[in-house]
Design a protein around this ligand. Structure first.
Ligand code: HEC
Length: 155
């Protein structure tokens, strides 16, 4: 190989290296995008804006006191009042601030939960004869994030 050929080969080597570097930078930039999207999903959840409407739409009709229903709120759990909600219902551990995975309010959104020899059905409880229909995945994630972030419920 002549000197000239040799330097040509080295030049090509550097060119290839540069191409690899540019490609990696592009891949990194591409990865940064979904990462930023994930950060957004983890942003602080606002009870009044994000959670209250979900509860109002899907849960409160059964989980509030009703003068026509002497048995009281379903499962003894109110979801229309901070103090009562935090106290929890019959089973307890409904909202464990900071720990969605330990909170019935989160666990029941995807599956029934055994409580002693009783099984609490998945929520929202379907109408008689109907199949369980979970609320939207994004809403379940919001409730999970809200509990994990401390279940802050402004007065
Ligand atoms: C159609 C009525 C109805 C709706 C709507 C409903 N629930 Fe329930 N919920 C019940 C009943 C009835 C029980 C008691 C079930 C049992 O003990 O087997 C219960 C129990 C619970 C419990 C356990 C309470 C305890 O400590 O024993 C939680 C948590 C709960 N519901 C959360 C929710 C959430 C969150 C929603 C909305 C996404 C919801 N529910 C919607 C009827 C309902």
């Amino acid at each position: 190989m002549s000197d000239l050929q040799m330097s040509g080969t080295i030049k090509k080597y550097w060119k290839d290296l540069a191409a690899v570097a540019i490609a990696s930078a592009a891949v990194c930039a591409g990865l940064a995008m979904p990462l930023r999207a994930a950060e957004k999903a983890d942003k602080a959840v606002d009870f009044n804006k994000d959670i209250k409407p979900i509860l109002a739409q899907n849960c409160v009709k059964c989980h509030k006191p009703d003068p026509r229903n002497p048995r009281g709120p379903a499962g003894g759990l109110r979801l229309d009042d901070k103090t009562a909600a935090m106290k929890g219902g019959k089973a307890g551990n409904d909202i464990v601030p900071g720990k969605a995975e330990d909170s019935l309010m989160f666990k029941l959104l995807t599956a029934p939960v055994k409580n002693g020899d009783h099984e609490i059905g998945a929520m929202p409880k379907p109408m008689r004869g109907k199949e369980f229909q979970p609320i939207a995945k994004e809403k379940i994630e919001l409730i999970k994030a809200w509990i994990d972030q401390g279940a802050k419920w402004p007065d």
